[in-house]
Write a protein that binds this ligand. Structure first.
Ligand code: GLU
Length: 329
């Protein structure tokens, strides 16, 4: 086909309307730029912020490495499934679900069996299993949740899946709750404060926007989750541990809250090229001070812990390359 002058004028006008520079248009239509997608979690959680922060660091270097990064909102289980399906390049996942996906040890959550191509990239912040109850709900202990209106979390979130494990340990069924909601984390604070539910159960890093919203928009408090069954559950696996949410972090809860928790991790698969993972890891660790300031849940992160703690799948080749260059392994 011969390209006429009027066709060219039309294309230039279209570029103008789309608000793209001609250079950006040419680049996005060339072979060079690579778009990658990171699976994160609901907008008021921590994953979304972490994913956004990493994308910003990566996108600052687009002119050097030609990688452009965006992020989505599903949660741990959806992220791992998205990576497996090839829809996501990497994602954030709780340490328990990273373990089960790689080892094929939770057929209920991952019916397709072992995900042997799953790779760990690095770990990030701790995620305590967090219960927030309305002050007027009559919920004072974890056991009091039974019979109440509770948000279990959205299907696809690691939080919902972990609550499933806890319910089994406690001998609870979904039908034991007066209402078992499966709201997204971004909807749960409003539901709590509109008195549509009595409590939120969410496995998340702290401080989390959704918990701040719940505890400042209405009277609500954090509940200890530290009975013997929970302690037994936590002691039974490396991807769990007992932990504390510091008192005073949220309005209404001046005391420490004792509970169990997991760790947030970044995962990918052998399908994602070592070069892409290398560039992402480099963007994070070359700008580590800046990265730590991107969310208060990152304040205590240390490089040496991040490359080994909570990682049960093998490290991705692209990550190993960077860690070796730094002399960390
Ligand atoms: N741990 C949660 C999950 O996997 C997400 C927490 C967050 O959004 O920060 O579903």
């Amino acid at each position: 086909m011969k390209i006429s002058k009027s066709m060219l004028t039309g294309a230039v006008a279209a570029i103008g309307i789309l608000g793209m520079s001609a250079a950006a248009f040419a680049e996005s239509h060339g072979a060079k730029q690579q778009f990658i997608t990171i699976g994160t979690g609901g907008q008021t959680g921590v994953y979304y912020q972490v994913g956004g922060a990493i994308c910003r660091l990566v996108n600052r270097g687009t002119k050097d490495h030609n990688i452009k990064c965006t992020h989505t909102t599903g949660g741990s289980v959806a992220n791992i499934n998205g990576i497996r399906a090839g829809d996501l390049d990497l994602g954030v996942a709780q340490s328990d679900w990273q373990y089960h996906a790689y080892n094929g040890t939770s057929p209920k959550t991952f019916p397709d069996g072992k995900f042997e191509e799953l790779r760990a990239v690095f770990s990030v912040h701790p995620e305590p299993f967090t219960v927030v109850a309305r002050m007027d709900s009559g919920i004072n202990t974890f056991e009091d949740l039974k019979g109440k209106r509770v948000n279990l979390g959205n299907p696809g979130s690691g939080a919902r899946a972990t609550f499933g494990v806890v319910m089994e340990k406690m001998g609870w069924k979904v039908g034991d709750f007066a209402l078992a909601a499966e709201l997204k984390s971004s909807e749960q604070a409003a539901a709590l404060c509109d008195n549509k539910i009595d409590a939120i159960v969410f496995t998340v890093g702290h401080p989390a926007g959704t918990i701040k919203e719940a505890t400042t928009s209405c009277e609500a408090k954090l509940i200890n989750v530290n009975n013997d069954k929970i302690k037994e559950l936590a002691a039974g696996a490396d991807y769990y541990s007992m932990t504390t949410i510091p008192g005073g972090m949220y309005t209404g809860t001046p005391e420490d809250t004792e509970t169990f928790g997991v760790g947030a991790t970044f995962v990918s698969s052998t399908k994602t090229s070592p070069e892409v993972i290398y560039q992402i890891v480099k963007s994070v660790f070359d700008n580590f001070k800046r990265f730590k300031k991107m969310h208060p849940a990152f304040a205590n992160l240390k490089e040496a812990d991040m490359i080994k703690n909570n990682l049960s799948a093998p490290l991705h080749e692209g990550a190993i390359k960077y860690y070796k260059e730094k002399g960390w392994m």
